[in-house]
Design a protein around this ligand. Structure first.
Ligand code: ACO
Length: 310
């Protein structure tokens, strides 16, 4: 059986850069506090004219071009997002289908917060490996800026807007997604939620992340019959460099094998993993046959991870 793997990647970030210095003018905060606590230096913020489906569509177009396929070949569209254009429905995936002028194939959103992109990749894998689909467009896209309370320094400094996309298809027996885990513990729902605006118990989410990330990485690596020392690149959800470092240290993964993009994009929720993946591929850091681990955690509380042979 040919495993599902990535055959194209793309990303899009808005042009407007908001630095920590810019935030100092609006909030009781400092570049020093934000940098030392989170590693974030700047983030991208979308204009009023661009909503999540626009960010998603731009990333999708880049991924389609990168894959060298025609838009008409896409046979399923999955969008991981928590910041849909509309409250409720229609889904971002439907809007993307129309904006791309893709065929009227199945299209739906996946709601698992910052773990959503991996959840969606795992779903795509099932459809591909049963033979139901050949070219699945998976997007992580967020306009976090519209759900942040810009007067709340506890959360406003953390988030940014952006989108990343991949095309998944059958690749080969020994490449593609080798193993995966999805998890959810709704008893932590109150730690991170959106009513009118995003609210978070930062310390509890921090503790959850530093505990769960290394554990889930270890489990998916074991499941693939591999060892952590064989991992060539770790692509973690980008919320905070201290969380990423803690997970990598616990597993003994050296810094040069760990992707960090939170410094320039902030936390873009479900977009952060594909944005990081695109950066590392574009920098030439990921080579044919490399073993990647993708890992996410977030509201729900949820977590997800997978191993992928590039
Ligand atoms: N500028 C200056 N001071 C601030 C700011 C700010 N922007 N924000 C908070 N503070 C203050 C607090 O008020 C507090 O002051 P106090 O001690 O007088 O009460 C102090 O700084 C320390 O606050 P803590 O919350 O203890 O700071 P901590 O070191 O835990 O860092 C942070 C906070 C960055 C939020 C951290 O807890 C974290 O990253 N948590 C994980 C968050 C996360 O990953 N969320 C996303 C999950 S993904 C998803 O699903 C969307």
């Amino acid at each position: 059986m040919k495993r599902a793997g990535i055959i194209g990647i793309g990303h899009y970030v808005p042009e407007t850069v908001v630095t920590n210095k810019d935030l100092e003018e609006k909030l009781d905060t400092s570049d020093e506090w934000i940098t030392t606590r989170t590693g974030i230096r700047e983030r991208r913020i979308a204009s009023d004219e661009m909503d999540t489906s626009d960010l998603a569509t731009q990333a999708a177009l880049a991924a389609i071009e990168n894959a060298g396929i025609g838009v008409e070949e896409i046979d399923l569209i999955l969008v991981a997002t928590s910041t849909a254009d509309y409250h409720g429905f229609p889904s971002v995936a439907c809007l993307v289908q129309n904006k791309l002028k893709a065929k009227t194939v199945g299209a739906m959103d996946v709601s698992a917060a910052c773990s959503g992109f991996i959840y969606a990749m795992v779903m795509a894998k099932q459809f591909i490996e049963t033979g139901a689909n050949q070219r699945v467009l998976v997007i992580g896209a967020e306009k976090m800026s519209k759900m942040v309370d810009w007067s709340d320094r506890n959360t406003a400094v953390l988030f940014g807007d952006g989108a990343g996309a991949v095309i998944l298809g059958p690749v080969s027996e020994d490449r593609g997604i080798l193993s995966y885990e999805m998890g959810a513990d709704g008893s932590g729902a109150d730690e991170l939620f959106v009513d009118d605006y995003l609210q978070m118990n930062g310390r509890e989410v921090f503790k959850f992340a530093v505990r769960q990330m290394p554990d889930t990485i270890q489990r998916v690596v074991d499941q693939a019959g591999l060892t952590v020392s064989e991992v060539d690149f770790l692509i973690p959800h980008q919320a905070n460099t201290r969380i990423i470092q803690s997970a990598a240290d616990k597993l003994g993964i050296p810094e040069q094998k760990v992707s960090v993009t939170v410094d320039k994009y902030g936390n873009t929720s479900s977009a952060s993993i594909p944005l990081s993946l695109v950066q590392e591929v574009q920098l030439g850091k990921i080579e044919d046959g490399d073993l990647l681990v993708l890992v996410g955690f977030g509201a729900g509380l949820t977590w997800a991870s997978l191993t992928l042979r590039w």
